[in-house]
Design a binder for this molecule. Structure first.
Ligand SMILES: [Zn+2]
Length: 324
């Protein structure tokens, strides 16, 4: 009897030997199946890439126009060396997928990054039943519980409004791919104009070309010397040299939008005036829902607080292991 698991972790990442492919490989491989275009999942150098249609433009934007890429629809089943493969919405960012792998009656699902909550800039998470579920655990501790996004957007818009009344610019720092577009989609355009750092605007273009409706934005040249637009909202990636770039706006208030702000927002150590804990990952309850809805016999946990999450699952009688 062959005891090789259908999917195993190798030095190049998750490998399905029977199908001859890797999922989100960390190094160059012949065939890479990509759950989504974030840089810790989509890396350059592989001979061929497979992802969903909604993620194709983003992958090309990230890895270069000349990559050898094939795209398929969500829920479309294909065969790779006799292994059935399909992609299903993960609700994380545009084009994010869980990958279902079936061979000789055994089904595995690799979640990639996911969130359960609805997001108007991507397809909603769709549970997929399987025997083995490989789940992320970025926020796999009970302290991580997200507020309703409606409440958070109200807070963000009120903060912007108050800044406008005070005659200052609001600057939101958020990841260029996914989070920034979600923020833009939730902003109240009636408050004022929305400007974007070019790194964010490039991704906005991909989103709009993929049919996602975003509020109107204007690209801000990153080489501007100074900028006066009291009352405007500016969206920039956190990698932008915060103080140097932000100082071009003279009078501003800054905020960082990230799930990590849930525990940091009240600390004085953060260099931002505000923190809004909006995340594109499942919170603790979301992870538990992901596990439950998979109806899997076995849970393999990766990416994040894997050990405490596995410990908790085991105490609940669930067969779980850390995927080392
Ligand atoms: Zn991601």
């Amino acid at each position: 009897m062959n005891n090789t698991p259908l999917v195993r972790l190798t030095d190049k990442g998750l490998f399905c030997e029977a199908g001859g492919f890797y999922v989100d490989p960390s190094k160059s491989v012949d065939k890479a199946l990509i759950t989504h275009a974030h840089s810790d999942h989509a890396r350059p150098g592989s001979k061929s890439y497979l992802t969903v249609k909604q993620g194709g433009l983003l992958l090309k934007h990230r890895l270069g126009r000349r990559i050898n890429i094939e795209t398929i629809n969500y829920n479309q089943e294909i065969s790779l060396d006799g292994v059935k493969v399909s992609f299903h919405p993960a609700g994380h960012i545009l084009g994010s997928s869980q990958i279902r792998i079936e061979y000789k009656g055994e089904v595995w699902v690799i979640s990639g990054d996911y969130k359960i909550e609805e997001d108007f800039t991507c397809e909603k998470f769709a549970p997929v039943k399987c025997h083995t579920f490989i789940t992320e655990s970025t926020f796999g501790l009970p302290i991580y519980k997200w507020a309703e996004q409606k409440e958070l957007f109200n807070e963000i818009n009120s903060w912007w409004k108050r800044n406008k009344e005070a005659g200052i610019t609001s600057i939101i720092f958020s990841y260029a791919l996914g989070k920034s577009q979600r923020v833009i989609a939730g902003l109240d355009e009636s408050i004022g104009p929305i400007y974007t750092h070019p790194a964010v605007e490039d991704i906005n273009v991909c989103y709009r070309e993929s049919g996602i409706k975003l509020s109107a934005t204007k690209n801000l040249n990153e080489f501007i010397d100074e900028y006066h637009s009291p009352g405007a909202m500016v969206i920039a990636p956190p990698s932008t040299d915060f103080s140097q770039w932000a100082n071009k706006f003279h009078f501003y208030s800054s905020a960082f939008v990230s799930g990590w702000m849930l525990i940091r927002k009240n600390r004085k150590r953060t260099s931002f005036d505000r923190g809004f804990p909006l995340s594109d990952h499942a919170d603790w309850e979301g992870l538990l829902q992901g596990v439950k809805h998979s109806e899997a016999d076995r849970i393999l946990v990766t990416h994040g607080f894997s050990s405490p999450f596995v410990k908790w699952l085991r105490e609940e009688g669930i067969n779980a292991e850390v995927l080392q």
